[in-house]
Design a protein. Structure first.
Length: 110
């Protein structure tokens, strides 16, 4: 991941980075082989820059980290889930427009 504002989320850091976060967290569940996931990458980078300090933006490679995605019932990627207070508050599937994702993040921040 090239953007320093995008957190690499793993099964090992899931508790601290997502569930215990004091800010809303957008998790992009993706895989290297997924073309729509790769296409969404620049959007995730822009959102990470836009919401720095207000929300955490992270990516979780489902092939390297099967625990959390399996527990959340992730059946298709890309799937974006926004967590607030450790609980999922929004779920978006497929490549979404940047404005739609930003709106969901802003709702979670309210």
């Amino acid at each position: 991941m090239a953007n320093a504002n995008v957190v690499e989320i793993t099964d090992a850091n899931w508790q601290n980075e997502v569930l215990a976060s004091d800010k809303p967290v957008l998790v992009d569940f993706w895989a290297e082989w997924c073309a729509p996931c790769r296409a969404l990458g620049p959007t995730i980078d822009r959102l990470a820059d836009r919401f720095v300090g207000q929300a955490k933006i992270g990516k979780m490679d489902i092939d390297k980290n099967p625990g959390a995605p399996g527990g959340l019932g992730i059946m298709a990627i890309p799937t974006l889930i926004i967590f607030k207070g450790g609980k999922p508050v929004a779920r978006l599937q497929g490549a979404q427009p940047e404005d739609a994702i930003a709106t969901a993040i802003q709702k979670a921040m309210a």
